[in-house]
Write a protein that binds this ligand. Structure first.
Ligand code: CO
Length: 620
């Protein structure tokens, strides 16, 4: 079967791309594969109907400490633009992460440091190689570096993070696979073993079965990765770096599919931690660009991760040798009852109608070290798109001596401190509201000045401002003005003469605490604005740049937008920053109940009336 041009790479395609690089890429035996993922065809190619299947490939060659990238044309294996990318570091891939854990634990210098802390059970130690960031240390620039954090697992063997070995940080040259030095800021007593994570004793016995049945099957239709549901048309995709990607999102109305977005993804994230002491200032995880969320995607289990009538999409990832790896059930899709959609009753006439809301959920979960992130897209019958992050797993545990307190964290368990941090997500939306050419508007509300018309101060006026270029379109939330942003189609009008539009309706959010000119502030410059809009450019995919690993902050949104390109009647890309500020509680330990952070895209004059008037009422 010929794949749709936006389908993820197949097993055969990954294998073919790897072979092409191995035979023509000019790399030596030490080289490994960071990324083999779909190189998406352009909108123009898609519109023309003549697309080539291409793989984007990135390799790292340890012997020369060089990173290469380019594409492979899959029809004939031709390499296009394959070259060394100077001055960058590839992501730290899962195999490299695992290799560091292995070799550091065998290193006599590290074993001695453990023994000095009374730890002899080396097999039960976990060494995690975190991206080292860029802190202006000259000798680090030329080295492929990891800054490690260490834990001793519990006796039950089901929690490798149970007993933090605080203040012990092997600094590793990943290319040479050797320890450069061990940063030791002094031993902190090991916390007691918290016991098993997977408890079997004392479980609740009053949770009765809850079954979701759809006797006539689901209301969606699936053809490969193409989905139709309740007027929605969506192409489900996957990327090795971003994980779940949605393409060609449109809503069918009066017999025609009206486009809304060409592409939606969570394009980058950073988690700056707020403890500056010892080696902890190094903890600033850019989980997408430094590690790759797609490579960390979970295989989901029915009845556990997902409940109801589920359609799963499988995807192929790969290991660092380039061998394809099937991830069964990587993306989950199902319908959910979501309470009431709308209700109206008229007592005098004795009429009433209640319409229940149904939503389509498309999601994936990614396990990255101690944390698990879920990315959820919700499609509603009224044209609303919900975007939600779920976070669970273990909030980064560190050790604290009994009786000590900390200004940077809270005590969440016996001898366990967890620090203030923020999970900052950058969602990228390649917009296509009723077509490719869009424009950006900001809406604010203000009290009207007192006047003869407004003697009691009741007046609230609407201020709509065109954000006509990229410098103007770098905005933060303003609760006092109930601010939001709209993407309009300047050519298309609704029945009331207004441009058809979708609005970005923010939810809870926060701002970064660290200064913009700090090392992590520079690398994560996207954090400082909730809303950015850019003119589409094919190579502007990730808001902290293509290679954030060890980067000083030389690439990304803040750099690109210096060009101040026009956004008026252009191909507009919106970047929304969702910042979840987090001080862990004792209730978040030993494992954190899911926390949610979300926002919505809502039609705003896209339709002439509530598009869900035709949803049949609930059966009472
Ligand atoms: Co957190």
């Amino acid at each position: 079967m010929t794949p749709h041009p936006l389908d993820p790479l197949t097993q055969e395609e990954i294998t073919a791309a790897v072979l092409a690089i191995k035979s023509q890429g000019g790399l030596d035996e030490s080289a490994w594969f960071e990324t083999v993922s779909l190189e998406e065809p352009s909108k123009q190619e898609l519109a023309s109907g003549t697309t080539e299947r291409r793989a984007y490939v990135c390799c790292y060659e340890p012997s020369s400490n060089r990173t290469f990238n380019g594409t492979v044309r899959l029809s004939d294996g031709a390499l296009e633009g394959w070259s060394h990318v100077p001055g960058v570091q590839a992501r730290i891939v899962p195999d490299e992460f695992a290799a560091v854990d292995e070799f550091v634990r065998r290193d006599p210098q590290f074993v001695a440091a453990l023994e000095a802390r009374g730890i002899t059970d080396v097999d039960n130690v976990l060494v995690e190689s975190w991206g080292a960031g860029h802190f202006g240390v000259a000798e680090e620039d030329s080295v492929r570096l990891a800054y490690c954090h260490c834990w001793l697992g519990n006796e039950a063997g089901d929690n490798p993070y149970a007993r933090p070995i605080a203040n012990l940080h092997p600094v590793v040259d990943l290319a040479k696979r050797e320890i450069i030095r061990i940063d030791d800021f002094g031993a902190v007593p090991l916390p007691p073993d918290p016991g098993p994570m997977n408890r079997t004793e004392g479980l609740r016995e009053d949770v009765k079965p809850l079954e979701i049945t759809q006797p006539e099957g689901p209301s969606f239709e699936v053809d490969g990765y193409q989905v139709r549901w309740q007027n929605w048309h969506i192409h489900v995709g996957y990327d090795l770096r971003e994980s779940l990607v949605l393409h060609q999102i449109g809503y069918e109305h009066d017999g025609k599919v009206r486009p809304i977005m060409h592409r939606a993804s969570m394009a980058e994230m950073v988690v700056p931690y707020g403890d500056p002491r010892g080696g902890n200032y190094r903890r600033n995880a850019f989980d997408t660009g430094e590690y790759g969320l797609g490579q960390a995607v979970d295989s989901l289990a029915l009845g556990c991760d997902c409940l109801g009538h589920i359609h799963y999409f499988d995807v192929f990832t790969h290991d660092w040798t380039g061998t394809p790896k099937l991830i069964k059930n990587a993306v989950c899709m199902h319908e959910e009852d979501y309470g009431i959609l709308w209700k109206f009753q008229y007592a005098r006439a004795g009429t009433s109608r209640v319409v229940r809301s149904r939503r389509l959920v498309i999601s994936s979960l990614c396990t990255i070290g101690n944390y698990i992130y879920g990315f959820y897209y919700y499609f509603y019958q009224d044209g609303t798109i919900g975007v939600e992050v779920k976070a669970t797993g273990i909030p980064f545990p560190s050790a604290i001596a009994p009786g000590d307190t900390s200004p940077y964290g809270s005590i969440v368990g016996e001898g366990i401190e967890s620090h203030v941090h923020q999970h900052v997500f950058s969602f990228r939306f390649d917009m296509a509201v009723d077509g490719v050419k869009n424009a950006v508007r900001e809406v604010n509300f203000e009290a009207a000045p007192a006047s003869d018309e407004n003697p009691y101060g009741a007046g609230i006026t609407i201020k709509e401002t065109a954000l006509k270029n990229e410098q103007a379109a770098q905005r933060c939330l303003d609760m006092g003005r109930a601010r939001y942003w709209k993407i309009i189609n300047p050519q298309m009008h609704n029945a009331y003469g207004k441009n058809t539009a979708y609005k970005l309706s923010p939810g809870a959010n926060s701002l970064p605490m660290l200064p913009p000119d700090s090392p992590t502030g520079r690398r994560g410059a996207f954090m400082y604005r909730h809303f950015w809009a850019t003119q589409y450019a094919a190579d502007e995919k990730y808001p902290a740049g293509m290679y954030p690993n060890q980067d000083a902050g030389t690439d990304g949104l803040a750099e690109w937008t210096k060009a101040d390109r026009s956004l008026e009647g252009e191909d507009v890309v919106v970047w929304y920053t969702l910042n979840f500020h987090h001080l862990p509680r004792p209730e978040d330990y030993p494992v954190q109940p899911v926390v949610y952070a979300d926002f919505h895209w809502m039609p705003d004059g896209f339709f002439d009336e509530n598009p869900a008037m035709d949803v049949p009422p609930g059966k009472g």
